[in-house]
Design a protein around this ligand. Structure first.
Ligand SMILES: [Zn+2]
Ligand SMILES: [Zn+2]
Length: 388
């Protein structure tokens, strides 16, 4: 099944700014929201589709990756992520609620708002990882250190001193919200005694000060797949922050950045490099040796009379693909003929002798160029002295 273009899904131009995206998304999400279309599977799929499109395009990094690689940007790039830029734990309703809570100033505001006080999924974490091109070639087992909040052990994450338990808040009777009469209106607001949790801690845990969480640096090993590209993400399910009230853990996203290489430029699976070829080698033909990204070297045959800009392809000497079954890329070597410098008097003399040979066959480019100049000047021939 082919996926629709995200810009088409939202009906916006490719250059649409944040505002246009948000407004397009808001309209469509309202229209297709399941509460508005009970039991309508097609509307539900639309709702998911626009949520997915918006989640990608509203995130500068994801959008850049999408613009460059299309849907492929999110395929297989990350662990269990497969196929969707949504983590499996992220649901379109959450994006919807996030946007609408901004719009409506935190009040929820739409039918079927996320229920309060219930289990909440832990936050996702982002970790930026820089690797070299050679590491991207081979793949890498990396140990990363991620500072993150973990459930406090002594209190088992409750925040209450060991042996005690959080108690139901008396002010709000555990609802987390209280009603207050203000003029004609009945306002509902977050209970300020329990800050909406519905429970209060009489005796806070000494280790975490009642927060239920402590910061800890965790060591996590990550398998960076061979062929990884800048902008790809690797998702480690359940390695994010712990949830609250028994909610599931968030995910950890590794954002990979492959640093630029001194010699090779990369475009997808292919590598490009420029290699100097001595003038004599270019004229007579020969061989040059160039490095390859796997640490080896390759000998490249230079054909007789080769010119600057000539590209030679070394099949299979490019990058592997993270997608299984895709062939390895190629290495393209663009040669440039290097003009010799600091010549000895003898070498100069030999070159002067060589210059005498500048017949018509010797310098085809110059011949063609001179011909064009003559036509440009109006076809006077024979008058100009041909430069040697
Ligand atoms: Zn309360
Ligand atoms: Zn504690």
């Amino acid at each position: 099944m082919s996926k629709r273009d995200y810009y088409d899904v939202l009906g916006v131009e490719r250059g649409a700014d944040e505002k246009a995206l948000k407004s397009a998304y808001r309209k469509l999400a309202m229209k297709f929201h399941p509460d508005q279309n009970p039991g309508d599977k097609a509307a539900e799929d639309k709702f998911k589709e626009v949520g997915e499109a918006y989640s990608v395009l509203s995130d500068a990094q994801k959008r850049a990756a999408y613009d460059r690689f299309g849907h492929a940007a999110f395929e297989n790039g990350g662990g269990a992520g497969g196929g969707s830029p949504f983590g499996q734990g992220v649901n379109p309703e959450d994006i919807f609620q996030d946007l609408f809570s901004q719009v409506f100033g935190g009040g929820g505001g739409f039918a079927g708002a996320r229920k309060r006080g219930g289990p909440q999924r832990g936050a996702d974490l982002r970790y930026d990882l820089e690797i070299t091109l050679a590491e991207a070639y081979f793949g890498k087992d990396e140990t990363i250190h991620v500072p993150q909040a973990v459930a406090c052990k002594p209190c088992d994450g409750t925040g209450a001193a060991p042996g005690t338990k959080p108690e139901t808040c008396e002010t709000c009777a555990g609802h987390g919200r209280v009603r207050a009469q203000q003029g004609f209106f009945t306002m509902e607001r977050t209970c300020h005694i329990c800050q909406g949790r519905g429970t209060v801690i009489r005796k806070p845990c000494k280790t975490c000060g009642g927060a239920g969480q402590v910061k800890e640096e965790r060591q996590i090993s990550v398998k960076i797949p061979a062929g990884v590209e800048s902008g790809m993400r690797i998702r480690l399910t359940g390695e994010g922050e712990p949830g609250t009230a028994g909610g599931p853990k968030g995910d950890l996203y590794i954002f990979v950045e492959v640093v630029e290489h001194d010699i090779f430029e990369r475009d997808g699976p292919n590598l490009y490099c420029r290699a100097p070829v001595p003038m004599a080698t270019a004229a007579l033909g020969g061989e040059i040796e160039i490095p390859t990204i796997d640490g080896g070297r390759a000998r490249v045959a230079i054909p007789e009379g080769a010119q600057t800009g000539r590209k030679l392809r070394l099949r299979g000497k490019g990058m592997p693909s993270v997608r299984q079954g895709n062939p390895q890329g190629d290495l393209y070597v663009e040669m440039f003929v290097e003009t010799p410098q600091n010549l000895s008097p003898r070498q100069k003399e030999l070159l002067r002798q060589f210059c005498d040979c500048s017949g018509a066959d010797c310098h085809p480019e110059s011949e063609g160029f001179l011909g064009r100049i003559k036509r440009f000047w109006g076809g006077h021939e024979g008058d100009e002295k041909r430069p040697s």
